[in-house]
Design a protein around this ligand. Structure first.
Ligand SMILES: [Fe+2]
Length: 205
């Protein structure tokens, strides 16, 4: 048998399940990571397996549906992987983290101030209809940070526009802690953003 193709793997969280308290509870984080994210990984791998089987047996699948499901599940996996890493435990000072260095400069240049950026990103998150994400990307064509929405997990392919910060606004991300108060969840998100990670993503482009 040939070497097995790689498959998607659920990443471990880069901190303890209770590390984001009081803004995200242990129970909320466990369900989100262990159930929801894990389900996208499993579904993505099942799709890859069904594609392999169809190729080996020279049979057909409904490729429109498969492509849509692949976009959804691999997108869900990628976005959640980014999300866990762009969150960080609250530091001892109790102060909300702020961007500095290149990412701080890029935000100031584009938005005029960090507060203005927070306002635009928060409103984008609040106004994402149904399930989706608020996303900060950095477009290499114009060398500018751009806020976008992602519907469900269907992040379409965007070459030269890497994603550097994401916020999950699916209800499954906050309903245990915040019920239907998405605005409060978004407000508290700013207390646990890992700006060092966001800055590294920008530097690595
Ligand atoms: Fe999620």
């Amino acid at each position: 048998m040939d070497a097995k193709n790689k498959i998607y793997v659920l990443p471990e969280l880069p901190y303890a399940y209770d590390a984001l308290k009081p803004y995200i509870s242990e129970e909320q984080l466990r369900i989100h990571h262990d159930k929801h994210h894990a389900a996208y990984v499993a579904a993505a791998n099942a799709l890859l397996e069904s594609l392999e089987k169809a190729r080996q047996g020279n049979t057909d699948l409904d490729y429109g549906t498969v492509a849509k499901q692949l976009s959804f599940n691999t997108g869900g996996h990628r976005l959640h992987s980014l999300y866990w890493k762009n969150l960080t435990p609250v530091d001892n000072t109790g102060k909300a983290p702020k961007p500095s260095g290149e990412i701080g400069n890029a935000i100031d240049r584009e938005f005029g101030s960090f507060d203005r950026f927070k306002k635009e990103f928060s409103q984008t998150a609040a106004k994402t209809e149904g399930s989706g994400w608020a996303v900060l990307s950095f477009c290499r064509e114009v060398e500018r940070p751009i806020i976008m929405q992602v519907e469900k997990h269907n992040m379409n392919v965007t070459p030269r526009r890497p994603v550097i910060l994401v916020l999950d606004v699916w209800e499954h991300a906050y309903y245990l802690d915040y019920k239907n108060d998405r605005a409060k969840y978004v407000e508290n998100f700013w207390n646990i953003v890992n700006w060092d990670e966001v800055g590294r993503r920008l530097a690595d482009l």
